[in-house]
Design a protein around this ligand. Structure first.
Ligand code: G6P
Length: 365
């Protein structure tokens, strides 16, 4: 068992550390940065992809949050309207032209019952379907029109970590690919996004190198009554994922929401015993989140913020520094949130690789 964990105390920690390598595998041979092109070896024909009017992403849990990150990117790169739905809530809306709707199922395992059931509904309605998965030969790959593999390698810890990063990276490549096929991005614009994607493994490694500091911060703030994760734009799905990770493995009360929503309710819960974790990097409309940070600080909360390296951040109580890589900085921030959750849970002696009541793959609806 210890050997399988490669010297780490938990599979989760091992898998957090595997992210640079997983990301390299995800990206390997799939793009040409100078040409601004992406090659994903898809069976879905370009003529079809050109005719798509809407994308619907369906997924559960962490995969759903990866889908939300991707939806934001897909809309900005391809101008195709993209919605994200929790798979268990999905109903195909018959009002649209089903053939021109591409339904993308994001599922690490390829076996999640809710996601499979949503795929079947979409197929039945006449939509075309694409799976984004980590698992060759999984049930979902046998049911969809086409599959895109995230190549993260096996993930054992119940709490998803490296698969989230590889899902977002894969879907980001898909967004650039679709944008190029449809002519909605120039090769120069594509190159800019691809540069951010290419920088991911190295940037994630830099966060991992900061592990001792993250552990100190987690141990110091781990006894808070509640943890609120806030961020805008790409910082929003990362906040949802950060809160999910913490609640899954530490059993603490954690919530993620768009920073602007604080004043519409959650602010009532903020006390000096609250810790707020904020994404204030590039791609997260950081300037607008500044006010929200002041609002919680005025109520005595401590704010831990992840900011782009070089930005002035004296307003944060604790600062984590994210390498300047552009649009994908919030994805890199997530590695801080993963390690924070891990060390809070560890300091409380939780069963990190097998949290109570949870399963790696949920095969019942
Ligand atoms: C379970 C796992 C989560 C995962 C979700 C979706 O709830 O505990 O970590 O995000 O299923 O799994 P999938 O395999 O479809 O990505």
């Amino acid at each position: 068992d210890a050997a399988e964990k490669g010297g780490f105390d938990h599979y989760m920690l091992k898998e957090i550390h595997e992210q640079p390598r997983a990301l390299r595998q995800t990206l390997s041979g799939r793009f040409d940065i100078d040409a601004g092109t992406v090659d994903l070896d898809l069976d879905l024909e370009e003529a079809y992809l050109n005719s798509v009017e809407e994308i619907q992403i369906i997924a559960c849990g962490t995969s759903n949050y990866a889908g939300r990150y991707a939806a934001e990117l897909l809309e900005s790169v391809t101008e195709v309207r993209t919605s994200v739905e929790v798979a268990s809530e999905y109903e195909f809306d018959g009002g649209r032209d089903p053939w021109r709707t591409l339904v993308v199922a994001v599922t690490q395992s390829g076996e999640t019952a809710d996601t499979l059931s949503a795929v079947r509904k979409a197929k039945q309605a006449g939509a075309r379907t694409l799976a984004v998965t980590n698992t060759l030969g999984s049930t979902v790959t046998r049911e969809v029109d086409d599959s895109l593999f995230i190549r993260a390698g096996p993930e054992i810890g119940v709490a998803a970590t490296k698969t989230f990063a590889s899902q977002v990276a894969t879907l980001s490549l898909f967004a650039v690919y679709l944008g190029r096929v449809r002519g909605s991005v120039s090769s120069a614009e594509a190159t800019t996004v691809l540069e951010s994607i290419r920088a991911l493994p190295g940037a994630v490694q830099q966060i991992l190198d900061d592990e001792d500091y993250i552990r100190e911060v987690a141990e110091e703030h781990g006894d808070s009554n509640a943890f609120f994760f806030i961020g805008r734009r790409f910082g929003h799905p990362v906040s949802l994922e950060g809160a999910l990770k913490l609640k899954e493995i530490s059993y603490d009360h954690a919530e993620g929401f768009p920073a602007g929503e604080l004043k519409h309710g959650p602010l009532a819960l903020v006390t000096p015993e609250t810790t707020v974790l904020a994404v204030v990097t590039e791609g997260s409309n950081a300037d607008e989140t500044l006010n929200n940070i002041k609002e919680v600080q005025a109520r005595g909360a401590t704010v831990i913020g992840a900011a782009s390296a070089g930005d002035s951040t004296e307003y944060l109580d604790v600062q984590f520094s994210v390498p300047d890589i552009g649009l994908l900085e919030p994805l890199v921030t997530n590695v801080y949130w993963q390690l924070f959750a891990y060390y809070v849970a560890k300091s409380k002696g939780r069963n990190i690789d097998k949290p109570r009541n949870l399963a790696k793959s949920v095969t019942v609806e």
